[in-house]
Design a protein around this ligand. Structure first.
Ligand code: A2P
Length: 262
């Protein structure tokens, strides 16, 4: 990517959730346009590289497309090509942000439906943060079910935002309170909803807990974001249940995106 392929933004805030997860905000150039659910390449200037080429990785926008700042959620990996450096960013540092956002987790890639399931593991929550801030999501669906599955309770990032801030949001609050169901699940510690998303669909605990019928392609639409193994397992389960994958050229019952892994 040449240097005109990305904007030079400035980091404004950094929040460390755990020793494995952090999020950060940055300024946003007025000409950066994206759709909620999309991702773009981001990186840091790399003065040590012989040709000055930065290391860039795909990151979903956690901020909505109408917000003034950009926000991203990241894992920290000690030997990660980008995250080993990115986890040390401080307000005032330069962040490179790709000018060509893309991705398939778009409302427009889904056929009309009644309920929207957003199924994310780990940092796969990020694109869904932008989607649940989108007023169109609430116009299109009767219920939006956000399922976030993580290893440990402390990996359940943005708890305060999801449980308090968003339901009390000035413009979206009423729709959020009426339509959004936040369903956190944990796999490696005791928790009220314990288990992988795949298991909770298979044994129907998810549907029992939220008092909705089991997913059905006639009514339900699904967006999935997580590791390759998680995407493959969930895709198989949905295809078995007669869900068709959607894309820009043909809307379907579900769409998937791999979450960033360094
Ligand atoms: P588990 O603890 O049983 O591995 P990670 O941090 O590795 O990305 O995992 C995030 C969450 O996704 C964990 O709770 C993990 O469960 C779960 N997970 C990992 N692989 C799969 C899969 N193939 N299908 C569903 N969930 C998965």
């Amino acid at each position: 990517m040449n240097s005109s392929a990305y904007f030079h933004e400035t980091v404004t805030k950094v929040h460390h959730w755990t020793d494995r997860l952090f999020s950060f905000e940055a300024t946003r150039s007025h000409s950066l346009r994206f759709e909620n659910g999309q991702f773009t390449m981001i990186g840091l200037p790399n003065p040590e590289s012989p040709d000055g080429a930065p290391v860039l990785r795909a990151y979903s926008f956690a901020s909505a497309n109408y917000e003034e700042n950009l926000e991203f959620l990241s894992i920290k990996m000690q030997d990660g090509a980008l995250t080993s450096r990115l986890q040390k960013v401080q307000p005032g540092d330069t962040l490179l942000v790709g000018k060509k956002p893309t991705g398939s987790l778009l409302l427009s890639n889904l056929l009309q439906g009644k309920r929207l399931y957003l199924l994310g593991t780990g940092t796969g929550l990020a694109p869904f943060l932008s989607i649940i801030k989108d007023p169109e999501t609430y116009d299109l669906y009767e219920k939006i079910i956000l399922v976030h599955c993580v290893r440990k309770k402390s990996d359940l990032v943005y708890p305060q935002y999801l449980k308090e801030e968003l339901p009390n949001h000035e413009f979206l609050g009423a729709a959020v309170r009426q339509k959004l169901i936040y369903y956190p699940t944990v796999t490696r510690e005791p928790f009220p909803a314990q288990g992988r998303i795949t298991e909770l669909i298979q044994n129907q605990k998810l549907f029992t807990d939220i008092a909705l019928p089991a997913i059905d392609p006639e009514y339900d639409r699904v967006m999935i974001c997580g590791s390759m193994a998680m995407l493959n397992d969930l895709r198989t389960m949905l295809v078995q249940r007669k869900f068709a994958e959607g894309a820009a050229r043909q809307a379907g019952h579900f769409v998937i995106e791999r979450s960033f892994v360094d």
